[in-house]
Write a protein that binds this ligand. Sequence first.
Ligand SMILES: Cc1cc2nc3c(=O)[nH]c(=O)nc-3n(C[C@H](O)[C@H](O)[C@H](O)COP(=O)(O)O)c2cc1C
Length: 225
Amino acid sequence: MKREISMETAELLYENWPGQFDTFSHMEFACSIPQPLFLISTVKENGMPNLCFHSWSCFGGDMGGYFAVMQNVAHTSHTYHNIVREGEFCINFVSPDYYSNCIATITHNSNLADEFEAGHFTPEKSVRIRTPRVKQSFMTLECQLACNVDLSRKGICSMIIGRVLHASVEEKYIEGIDKRYGREGFMFNIHEPADFATGQLSDTHVASLEVLGSYPDLKNKPFGE
Ligand SMILES: Cc1cc2nc3c(=O)[nH]c(=O)nc-3n(C[C@H](O)[C@H](O)[C@H](O)COP(=O)(O)O)c2cc1C
């Protein structure tokens, strides 16, 4: 039997804090689809470097370009204003080992804060943009602002799309696939998944990938084996 969840009401679910289902669609917690986690580097108006721990996103393109789609960039964040003003940003993927460093960039988030310093990250010169990238990152995407749309038209967040101008990948991560898709590679956000037995939202969880096999290995395998 399937549980039907309507778009209109957040029935059956309890917020973890007042206003949570205004800031986020309750569907976020009902579905809780894992999303990659990374740091967005930008530069503040006063020239201080800024880092933002970010999740909601996907990546793709065609012969005309490769694009980073970040569907929820909060209008209250420095990052949103920095991207709109400077027209560029850098996406920095770090392994789950850096989770608490990433959180430190949120707890030290003032206009005067050097958020690289706050998270014990090292700034490194980017190749195509002025914004510094994170040295500890195993993969960085230097992006130029391509699109800014407030999808819900509520003035809460924007979908920011960046055209990727340049990528850099740590050598150990580009030889073979084990590093990128294991415990030391991409980390994922599982955002307070709802428990429908109680209606409560659980804690945010962090995940990494476990590769199950390659396509030729798996395509003829009977389902469930
Ligand atoms: C696990 C995690 C994921 C997050 N993902 C996002 C996101 O996708 N979009 C967003 O606007 N804020 C996200 N945040 C919140 C920002 O990291 C936070 O508001 C940050 O302080 C913004 O930094 P800034 O003001 O320097 O831009 C996330 C926070 C955490 C802990």
